[in-house]
Design a protein around this ligand. Structure first.
Ligand SMILES: [Mg+2]
Length: 343
């Protein structure tokens, strides 16, 4: 620490005590910063007039806050929250689902759609659409919430602008407070209304926490999906002991409903088996495209694209691109016209 700063410190500390605030907050405060600046300059000038005056950075009218929004969104964020392409893609998927729901309502199935459930072979099975007394279970479609029916615009705005990594604390706060800054995924509302009109119950099976259920209920309502009731048409992480796995919740829903379709942005919204950590990424990709699962996409299983976050987000360059995919341009192999005069 220089002599000038050492001698300026008492003035700085005195000024800080005036506000009674945390140092970082005081320095960022437009009211206090000029006071500090002048105090430090007076102190420094009194000590060594011939030396350059120690000073804080000039105070700007629009001083950046500690969480300045000065980062630009990633291509994935631009695509999902800002692009017409993502709106078109989700409307396309939701139209398929509405058509699928209308067909199922006209001819109710005997079994639910295939879904991840505990204690079934390979983790995927079906449940009967009959009740124990032989009646018909009411039809339902099971939706994930985040980035399936809700776009978490406020949270992703904050994360994109600050460049902050995902944090469980800030996400939990968002679950509680992020009500008006959500939006419905394009196409979702029309399809949910069409399903309801066809007598099909929308049910939400989300990994939002049960502790923040009030905020999630408010967010779904604010986005236009209506009132939901925990354990009736809203199922949350923490309702059982299986954490973020959804199979047990799916089985619970299928006890009461004939589930005709699953909708999500993560393979775990269809079966937990897809998100087993021991699966390599190419193995996981092959599994999703394997015969019995391939025939379900758009035909009982409906996936919304989410390139921003999710279980997909892992893999080294060599894991993403297997040996038969690797290519690089040959140095000096430019078109002939560009090589003229170089021989
Ligand atoms: Mg999701």
């Amino acid at each position: 620490m220089s002599l000038r700063l050492t001698q300026a410190l008492p003035a700085l500390l005195a000024a800080l005590s005036l506000g009674g605030c945390a140092t970082g907050a005081v320095l960022a405060d437009r009211t206090m910063a000029p006071v500090l600046d002048r105090a430090l300059q007076r102190q420094a000038v009194g000590v060594q007039q011939q030396q350059p005056v120690f000073t804080l950075p000039p105070v700007q009218e629009a001083a950046p806050a500690p969480t300045a929004m000065n980062a630009e969104p990633s291509p994935a964020v631009r695509w999902l929250y800002g692009s017409g392409e993502s709106a078109a893609a989700s409307i396309q998927t939701y139209r398929q689902l509405a058509d699928y729901g209308a067909r199922a309502a006209a001819t109710p199935p005997a079994q639910s759609v295939a879904m991840g459930m505990p204690d079934v072979e390979e983790g995927v099975g079906t449940a009967s659409c009959r009740t124990r007394d032989g009646g018909r279970k009411p039809l339902a479609v099971v939706f994930d919430a985040d980035e399936t029916v809700l776009l978490n615009r406020g949270h992703e705005y904050w994360r994109s602008g600050t460049g902050a990594p995902f944090s469980a604390d800030s996400w939990s706060q968002w679950e509680r407070d992020g009500i008006t800054q959500v939006a419905p995924v394009p196409g979702a509302l029309n399809t949910v209304r069409a399903l309801r009109a066809a007598g099909i119950t929308p049910i939400y099976n989300t990994n939002r926490s049960i502790e923040n259920a009030k905020g999630t209920i408010a967010a779904l309502a604010a986005a236009g999906f209506g009132e939901t009731v925990v354990g009736e048409d809203l199922f949350l992480r923490g309702m059982d002991s299986t954490g973020s796995n959804k199979d047990a919740r799916r089985a619970r829903i299928a006890e009461r409903f004939c589930v005709i379709a699953l909708v999500g942005d993560n393979l775990g919204d269809f079966a937990d088996a897809f998100n087993a950590r021991e699966l390599g990424i190419q193995e996981r990709r092959r599994l999703a495209g394997r015969g019995e699962y391939a025939q379900l996409w758009g035909n009982g299983w409906f996936l919304l694209a989410n390139p921003v976050y999710g279980a997909f987000d892992r893999g080294t360059l060599d894991e993403v691109f297997p040996p038969d995919a690797r290519w690089s341009p040959t140095p000096g192999a430019a078109p002939a016209t560009l090589n003229e005069g170089t021989k």
